[in-house]
Design a binder for this molecule. Structure first.
Ligand SMILES: [Zn+2]
Length: 82
């Protein structure tokens, strides 16, 4: 089930990958939501796993352009369904 709180969290989940962008209170809100919403918690885990994978990529292969593409794909994948 995707309610409005889920949509809000998923829409902003990518911000956790951009340090300094996310506000502390919203970060807490996300954490609280993830604690009670298994489906968003799963998405959150996927995002973190992807972030770790990306961090492990050799720097020369991850140009600014591919970073942007990646972020775009990530954002698209985080769009709530339905
Ligand atoms: Zn949720």
């Amino acid at each position: 089930m995707v309610d409005s709180a889920c949509r809000r969290v998923l829409r902003n989940l990518h911000q956790i990958l951009e340090p300094g962008r996310i506000r502390g209170d919203f970060c807490k809100e996300i954490q609280a939501h993830l604690n009670r919403c298994p489906s968003c918690a799963r998405r959150h885990r996927e995002v973190l796993e992807l972030a770790v994978l990306c961090a492990q990529m050799p720097p020369p292969e991850l140009s600014t352009t591919s970073k942007k593409t990646l972020l775009k794909k990530l954002r698209a994948s985080l769009k709530p369904r339905g």
